[in-house]
Write a protein that binds this ligand. Structure first.
Ligand code: ADP
Length: 378
């Protein structure tokens, strides 16, 4: 008997202890902790109720849930509870959002976590749970959603603008080019030499404009008709890029080497452009000697890190970011051909694959372009 008494006493001490701990927690938490019977009448609430909804515990206990919630939320809650009772799932917490009416009449958005308590025979006896004020979270979420939709809209506007501008500019430009060609053929050598010179300048200006517009159109089309992301062998992609660049590789005597490349979930037709642009730049911006270009890839966490390294002229660190901006170039068109769209296109494609692109370089030593691709390796 003494033994049982001691055990019982021990249990009761233990209960006192955990009861005290519970009280400490319940009295000091910002969340409202409650219990109610199956008639939705509150049988317990902790003091947090006064700060959240302005009621004292005495006012709250004995009141019924429908007095505190908007009718439409009440309907939803009742449906959920009925489903929970029918499921007979013990210890399962249901989490949902509902408005609660503050004593001053304002509606407070809340998150409720609730569960049904069952007796030993599986009969529901009561409900308990917590209610948390989620006003801040709602405001933050609404702000974030608005920023996201603004961003999406302005991106679409910009893309549409670039597309429409470049597309619609092509037609009049074609006409200008046609008549310039006529003027050139008819009057070249028949007017004074200044005039010949002016005609040449106008023709080459119009030709340059044609290149820029074509490139702008190319840029705005990247991703517009995106193919699905599918397993893509990067070795094949590199081969395609190299065969597209065959003439300039042969002409420059470039030596292109590469590490084994992975198979990734990607849009292959777009990745070809990335390799092609980076390799053709590595060839174009050579430093007298034949270009040596090496492509490598290594796994870095959940993504793959690719690099294209050359032994070309290099880039000053102050231009590392600028060169990825549309139409930004570091040299005159007479020094090196191009419009400055290649790296901007690479950046757009890499971003669409959830990656980043950047450069590391030293003047006279060469440049290494890095890009990452989020993708599952096979
Ligand atoms: P483009 O080649 O038509 O000029 P890009 O957008 O591909 O346009 O490149 C932008 C600029 O970045 C180039 O004009 C050049 O100044 C610099 N650049 C790109 N790649 C290299 C490279 N491999 N080595 C040195 N400079 C480079």
């Amino acid at each position: 008997m003494i033994g049982f008494a001691a055990v019982a006493q021990g249990m009761s001490n233990h209960m006192d202890d955990s009861e005290q701990k519970y009280r400490l927690l319940a009295d000091n938490t910002l969340d409202v902790i409650w219990k109610m019977d199956l008639d939705l009448k509150f049988t317990y609430v902790n003091p947090a109720i006064i700060d959240m909804l302005g009621f004292t515990t005495e006012e709250w206990i004995g009141s019924k849930l429908p007095e505190h919630c908007p009718p439409e939320d009440m309907q939803e809650m009742q449906k959920l509870m009925t489903k929970e009772i029918a499921s007979q799932e013990k210890h399962r917490w249901v989490v949902f959002e509902s408005g609660f009416i503050h004593k001053n009449g304002t509606e407070i958005p809340c998150e409720v976590s609730a569960r049904i308590l069952f007796d030993e025979d599986g009969m529901p006896t009561s409900m308990q749970g917590t209610t948390r004020d989620v006003t801040e979270r709602k405001i933050a979420r609404a702000k974030l959603n608005k920023t996201l939709s603004d961003l999406k809209r302005s991106n679409t506007d910009l893309e549409q603008f670039a597309y429409v501008a470049s597309h619609d500019l092509q037609e009049p430009l074609r006409m200008i080019n046609g008549y310039l060609d006529l003027i050139k053929r008819k009057y070249k050598g028949k007017l004074d030499s200044d005039m010949d010179n002016y005609i040449e300048l106008v023709v080459s200006g119009a030709y340059r404009m044609q290149l820029l517009i074509d490139d702008l159109l190319k840029y705005s089309r990247v991703g517009n008709h995106a193919n699905p992301l599918i397993p893509t062998e990067c070795e094949n992609i590199l081969d395609q890029s190299l065969s597209n660049l065959k003439t300039s590789i042969d002409d420059s005597g470039a030596v292109v080497t590469h590490d084994p490349l992975p198979t990734l979930i990607a849009d292959g037709s777009q990745l070809v452009h990335v390799f092609q642009n980076l390799i053709s730049n590595a060839i174009k911006f050579k430093d007298g000697k034949p270009p040596r270009i090496h492509i490598s890839a290594k796994k870095d966490g959940s993504e793959w890190l690719f690099s294209v390294a050359d032994n070309g002229i290099g880039i000053e660190p102050e231009f590392f970011d600028r060169i990825f901006v549309i139409f930004q170039r570091l040299h005159g068109k007479s020094e090196y051909s191009g419009t400055g769209i290649g790296l901007a296109i690479c950046k757009k494609i890499v971003r669409q694959h959830g990656g980043r692109i950047w450069v590391e370089s030293e003047i006279g030593e060469g440049s290494t372009f890095y890009f990452t691709i989020q993708g599952i390796h096979r």
